[in-house]
Ligand binder design. Structure first.
Ligand SMILES: [Cu+2]
Length: 96
């Protein structure tokens, strides 16, 4: 019987992990003005998994929040930033 509870625990644990929204901090080179920020925001607004995007010019950082249970891969982030004309320095992920 104990194994049954263990399985239930594991399954619900995994499910709760999947349902989290991801918070992704992206350090970007060359973001200097509001037009840069606007260009980057425009790229990410095309992506359905993105719930919100914030660009900090002082910290040269783009903060993305995904919708629950969704994610945007590092590769996708890099290609969107590159398409906007900038370069990714570092990507950090956490739960929000
Ligand atoms: Cu600019």
């Amino acid at each position: 019987m104990k194994i049954k509870y263990l399985i239930i625990f594991l399954v619900s644990f995994l499910f709760s992990q999947l349902a989290f929204a991801a918070k992704i901090n992206v350090e970007v080179n060359g973001v200097v003005c509001a037009f840069c920020a606007q260009g980057i925001k425009k790229q990410f607004k095309k992506i359905d998994a993105v719930e919100s995007i914030d660009v900090s010019l002082e910290e040269k950082r783009v903060t993305l929040e995904t919708k629950e249970g969704q994610d945007v891969s590092d590769e996708k982030i890099k290609s969107l930033i590159n398409d906007a004309g900038f370069e990714v320095v570092k990507i950090e992920r956490g739960k929000s």
